[in-house]
Design a binder for this molecule. Structure first.
Ligand SMILES: C[S@@+](CC[C@H](N)C(=O)[O-])C[C@H]1O[C@@H](n2cnc3c(N)ncnc32)[C@H](O)[C@@H]1O
Length: 313
């Protein structure tokens, strides 16, 4: 990735649960103190989602030699790949979606939303995610349309993998942000994008790597929002992730991991101290920051909540 192809004005093109809008400045602060000249040889973001931190670092004018982005969600990664490889075809379909949607009465918009959701789910069986065909561009357009018009921009699927989020309430959703799609396309020049489990990045990570990890949060309460896709990410997976961090620490790579602070709900819970703590990973520093989480749709349950940034440098 040369400095000419990093567009510092690009921003996330999807709303994504856990988007790091609020903590990205803290992450930027930690990095700016430790990384000289804003140069990162190999940047890894294996729990990519909407990529808020990647875009923030571009905005802050970080320069990367190699960028590796990944996520296990195949619809999400398909959409990133289509933005990277076929932005003009994508924009043309999104413009069409936008025009059709905006011409309709609220009742017909609702029908249009649910028809699109049905089309999206009907083509799920046997869908080929591997090469950028017309079907894939259409699917990425449907994904963006649904993301911009569904309830809270959530991505949630049922046990069969079908997207089941109801329509949201928006007066004038921006379905086709063509300017941003083109900026993201430019920013993704030379970037390697993978649909895979985070652990598969281990072989590529070396001492010149910086890894930002933003997994689904530790499930702290019953019914908390932790299942980003049908595979789930529970306590067992969090412990495996702590071992992954230990392995990349041993390789000499730098990392920052975001997670929820279980002490928000249980002041006796020492999960992160036990698994990342200073005992296992001698160089780990813990940092507690306050952010507002807004994923909870019930206004009265919104409020300040501590999040953790755990990093090893
Ligand atoms: C908290 S979100 C990341 C949000 C992101 N930082 C952003 O700015 O939008 C967690 C992401 O991890 C992904 N994920 C869950 N399990 C995973 C796994 N085993 N390997 C890789 N990605 C995974 C989910 O699909 C989801 O996109």
């Amino acid at each position: 990735m040369s400095k000419n192809n990093t567009n510092k004005n690009a921003k996330p093109f999807l709303k994504w649960a856990g988007g790091k809008k609020q903590v990205k400045n803290c992450i930027g602060d930690i990095l700016s103190k430790k990384i000289k000249g804003k140069r990162i040889d190999n940047y890894f973001e294996p729990f990519l989602g909407g990529g808020a931190v990647f875009f923030h670092l571009l905005e802050e004018k970080y320069k990367f030699n190699n960028v590796y982005l990944g996520d296990i969600n195949k619809e999400l990664i398909l959409t990133w790949k289509v933005v990277q490889g076929k932005p003009y075809d994508l924009i043309s379909i999104l413009e069409d979606f936008s025009e059709k949607y905006k011409k309709k009465s609220p009742e017909c918009q609702k029908k249009f939303y649910y028809d699109t959701r049905d089309d999206f789910n009907d083509s799920l069986d046997g869908f080929n995610y591997d090469k950028l065909s017309d079907e894939q561009i259409l699917r990425a357009s449907q994904m963006i349309f649904l993301n911009k018009t569904c309830f809270n921009g959530l991505y949630r699927v049922n046990l069969s993998g079908a997207f089941n989020v109801p329509m949201g309430k928006y007066k004038n959703p921006l379905i086709c942000d063509d300017k941003n799609i083109l900026k993201v396309h430019e920013a993704l020049n030379g970037v390697k994008i993978y649909c895979q489990d985070y652990s598969k990045f281990l072989d590529l990570i070396d001492r010149n790597s910086f890894v930002y990890l933003d997994p689904p949060y530790l499930p702290i309460k019953k019914n908390s929002f932790t299942n980003y896709d049908s595979s789930g990410f529970g306590v067992k997976e969090q412990i495996e992730l702590s071992k992954f961090c230990e392995s990349i620490d041993k390789k000499g790579a730098r990392f920052i991991l975001s997670n929820s602070d279980p002490k928000n709900y249980d002041s006796n819970c020492n999960f992160f101290k036990d698994h990342y703590g200073i005992l296992d990973l001698k160089v780990c520093n813990h940092k507690k920051i306050m952010v507002r989480r807004s994923i909870n749709s019930k206004g009265n349950k919104r409020g300040p909540i501590n999040e953790l940034l755990i990093y090893n440098f």
